[in-house]
Design a binder for this molecule. Structure first.
Ligand SMILES: Nc1ncnc2c1ncn2[C@@H]1O[C@H](COP(=O)(O)OP(=O)(O)O)[C@@H](O)[C@H]1O
Ligand SMILES: [Mg+2]
Length: 582
């Protein structure tokens, strides 16, 4: 193949995925010998066919020729069937492994990775790019094997029959290789760009379907359609460029090979006239040369397929080469059930350059409630993300029961944490399975118990199939408050000693808020809780209230203490309750 060093590495890496299936590939290889052998035998048989049958008129041949023709076709057909079936199976098995590995790897990447990329582009890599690789891994193995063995057999026969004429036919090959390589390179370039454009198309799709309500609200279907048409056209333009080059491959090859055939014919006829060669020998070699060019043509096509696959493979391997930012330290310890003693010690954190938290400290004793208040963008949710270890702080420490959370295994850390936030994400599954998501072994009575505490049992029982009702895209739609209560039930069942509530009641109306509020108080029993809420009524009873402003604690204390202090908290309080108190 016509590959540079980096491409070779990518290709070897791709081929490595076929390695576990080398036995299947070996079967296919053996069968490909049958295909190649049949072609060589056909070329070989042309000589007696012409010399004995047509020229000398030996009628004995007539009886066996039809059987030979059919017999060879059967042998070739059977070999090709076995070879193609097994090689495709091996290729598809390899692709299945790649897809599993890419998915498994990508969901283990840290949150920052997903924040920096569109999910549409990621989906496109896992679906479209791997498909492109699939055709390459399977088809390439098929063609590469079969055609090279055929080529070798025919070339061997041609050289054996008449090396000078064979050599002439071969002069055209290196001459044809050069344009083929140039074409392959172009194809790879545009294919890679095309795949990236397909990622954008997928991204637009994903955005539109998940944001369909916004589109309907603003009646912007036309505008979205234009956006889609534009990206789709962009994809088409790039893909069309690959057509331009791949369509040129066959004609270029044909012109080159015609030169080879013409040379052989011209020189060979000369020698037949001179009596140095029988007619049968000439046709036999000509047949070998002609049969040889077909695999050669297919091999250049393979080059194009490989180039396309390499473009896709590079994009896919980018995912596999991204390392998760947050990993367990080599001697991470398993945190047993925590007391719920949580300390932030001089934490400084920035997503990029601009610090979002500066010198943040707080000590939460077991069972305490710590409330975080402040304007949006102050850094409240970021604190929750840090406690979850979605990111590591640049300076300072976060400790649970005096262990730095970076010294704990991620699994044991998360067993001790439960988060309820305004993003009430539920899976397309039954209500029961959504509630037991964090504790898959929970039985029905535990699920129901959690739902009762979350004030969710009543509405769930009214659903057509109760706890077995399907929700989400393919099932029943729930109200914001209902979703929130299912999320709370999920957290209750998880039964973690440290609880984080980030605007967990923000989406609710007053009536369901009262219920959810009660559900949350149930949940907060005997747990260390960090609560973020816009409505100060929900944080009033906290043991400590921290007022954040641009990543700095500007005030802290209890509700009463802060009110009498008359600072930022008092101003927030007056803004919310001013009407009622005055
Ligand atoms: N994933 C992120 N990447 C970069 N910046 C972020 C990210 N999440 C939040 N920020 C920024 O960090 C700051 C604090 O955000 P956040 O903690 O969500 O505030 P709050 O929850 O108090 O409203 C904001 O300026 C926000 O723009
Ligand atoms: Mg927030």
């Amino acid at each position: 193949m016509l590959l540079n060093k980096q491409q070779k590495n990518t290709y070897l890496r791709l081929i490595a995925y076929a390695m576990p299936y080398k036995l299947i590939i070996a079967i296919s290889m053996i069968a490909s010998l049958g295909v190649a052998g049949s072609d060589a035998v056909i070329a070989y048989l042309v000589k007696p066919f012409v010399d004995d049958l047509i020229v000398a008129g030996n009628m004995d041949m007539v009886k066996i020729i039809p059987f030979l023709v059919v017999g060879l076709a059967v042998l070739k057909g059977f070999s090709r069937y076995i070879q193609s079936y097994y090689i495709r199976t091996a290729g598809q098995l390899g692709i299945q492994d790649i897809r599993n590995e890419v998915f498994g790897h990508s969901i283990r990447l840290s949150l920052r990775y997903f924040g920096e990329r569109s999910s549409g582009a990621l989906m496109s890599k896992i679906l479209n790019d791997i498909n492109v690789m699939q055709s390459a891994l399977a088809d390439v193995l098929v063609t590469l094997l079969r055609e090279s063995v055929t080529m070798i057999a025919l070339t061997g026969y041609a050289f054996y029959a008449d090396w000078r004429m064979a050599l002439m036919a071969f002069v055209a090959i290196p001459a044809a290789a050069w344009p083929a390589a140039a074409i392959g390179k172009k194809i790879k370039k545009f294919s890679r760009r095309g795949q990236s454009a397909m990622g954008t198309v997928t991204g637009v799709l994903e955005q539109n379907f998940s944001g369909i309500k916004v589109i309907k609200t603003f009646a912007t279907e036309e505008q979205e359609e234009e956006k889609f048409i534009k990206e789709n056209r962009n994809f088409f333009n790039l893909i069309r460029k690959t057509f331009r080059y791949s369509a040129a491959t066959a004609p270029v090859m044909e012109i080159m090979t015609s030169i080879g055939v013409a040379t052989v014919l011209w020189y060979g006829l000369d020698r037949v006239i001179a009596g140095e060669l029988t007619k049968g020998e000439l046709f036999s070699i000509l047949t070998a040369v002609l049969l040889m060019y077909a695999p050669l043509k297919r091999l250049t096509k393979v080059n194009n397929t490989i180039q396309k696959a390499l473009g896709a493979a590079e994009r896919v391997f980018e995912i596999l080469d991204s390392q998760p930012e947050i990993v367990d330290s080599p001697n991470a310890i398993d945190l047993q059930r925590s007391q719920g003693y949580v300390v932030f010690k001089n934490v400084k954190f920035a997503y990029e350059d601009e610090p979002v938290l500066r010198d943040f400290s707080v000590e939460a004793n077991p069972g305490e409630v710590v409330a975080l208040v402040g304007a949006s963008g102050a850094g409240k949710s970021t604190l929750i993300s840090l406690l979850n270890r979605f990111y590591d702080p640049q300076e300072g420490q976060i400790l649970i029961d005096n262990h730095d959370i970076r010294d704990l295994t991620r699994v044991s850390l998360h067993e001790n944490l439960a988060l309820v936030d305004q993003e009430t994400f539920l899976f397309n599954d039954t209500i029961a399975n959504n509630i037991r998501y964090g504790r898959p072994d929970a039985d029905m009575s535990q699920v129901k118990g959690a739902a009762i505490q979350a004030y969710a049992d009543e509405f769930i029982e009214q659903m057509p199939e109760g706890y077995e009702t399907q929700i989400g895209d393919r099932g029943v739609r729930l109200s914001g408050g209902q979703r929130q209560r299912i999320c709370i039930a999920r957290a209750i069942l998880r039964d973690a000693p440290i609880l984080m509530l980030d605007e967990a009641t923000s989406a609710l109306d007053t009536e369901s808020e009262a219920m959810v509020q009660q559900a949350l108080s149930n949940l907060m029993q005997n747990r260390t809780t960090f609560v973020i809420a816009h409505r100060l009524s929900t944080v009033m009873h906290a043991d400590q209230i921290l007022v954040l402003d641009q990543g700095v604690v500007v005030e802290s204390g209890t509700h009463q203490g802060l009110l009498s202090h008359g600072g930022a908290y008092k101003r927030l309080y007056d803004a919310q309750f001013g009407d009622q108190t005055s």
